[in-house]
Structures are given as structure tokens and as C-alpha cells.
Write a new protein. Structure first.
Length: 139
């Protein structure tokens, strides 16, 4: 059995190269490198006012809001999603999350049907100087 404690995983800080409001802390608690065969996960933290940045993912994603109040944009549609809420993001649909609350938001993204995911952002991230996140390159 594989287990992960989301309260103790190490997070990495990312900031948009051209837009400092594109800012998050994130990690991939369960991906193919950890033994997953048919899904992958990402844990994201957004401070108040911060945004994840518009991007597409190579697999369908279920966003589970663990804490906070967000505006989710999926394919040009906007919706409020708060603690306990979920949002479905179709494969390759442009999407974004913005923390509209007063506390840090925590979101668990669950990708179905694939253990390695490629996310392509409109803007580059620091410190990676890249707009692509490929979980196949993580270990």
C-alpha cells in the first residue's frame, strides 16, 4: 500500500516570470515515479490574491478544494469553488485557479488515466525558467 500525508509533504515555491501574482507552492505527492499506474496527483497552495496561471494538462483533472475560496476558470467559464467543493477540468482545457479568500487555499488535483502528466502554462515559472511541467522528469 502506498500512503502520503498531505500535511507533511515538502512543497516547492514557484513564481511567474512576468507576473508575480502567478505564484504558488506545489508538489506531486503521487505520480508514476512513486508507483502509481493510472493516476497522478498535485497539491497546490495559493496565498490570498495569487493565481495558478492559465494552462492545459495532458489528462482530465479533478480539483478538490481542501481549504479556501477560489475562482476556477475552465474553458472560459468561471465558477466559485470553496472548501469541500470539486471542479472537473477536461483534458487539454485551458484553466486557472485564483484565491479570492483571506486565507491560504489548498487544492488537490487528481489526474485520471495517466501516471505522468504534462502541464503547459501560458507564462514561464521561476525558478525553472520553463512553462512546462512534465511529471515523467520528476522522481
Amino acid at each position: 500500500m502506498t500512503t502520503v500525508d498531505l500535511n507533511t509533504v515538502e512543497m516547492v515555491e514557484f513564481t511567474g516570470k512576468e507576473d508575480s501574482s502567478q505564484h504558488c507552492r506545489a508538489t506531486f505527492p503521487l505520480i508514476g515515479a512513486h508507483g502509481s499506474k493510472e493516476l497522478a496527483t498535485v497539491l497546490i497552495e495559493l496565498a490570498p490574491g495569487d493565481s495558478l496561471g492559465r494552462h492545459t494538462d495532458s489528462a482530465e483533472e479533478l480539483l478538490v478544494v481542501l481549504e479556501g475560496d477560489l475562482t476556477a476558470e475552465v474553458g472560459g467559464e468561471f465558477s466559485s469553488v470553496s472548501k469541500g467543493g470539486i471542479a472537473l477540468v477536461p483534458k487539454m482545457a485551458p484553466h486557472n485557479l485564483t484565491n479570492v479568500g483571506n486565507t491560504t487555499a489548498r487544492i488537490l488535483g487528481v489526474f485520471g488515466g495517466a501516471n505522468n502528466i504534462v502541464a503547459t502554462f501560458e507564462q514561464e515559472w521561476l525558478p525553472t525558467n520553463s512553462n512546462v511541467v512534465d511529471t515523467a522528469l520528476l522522481n
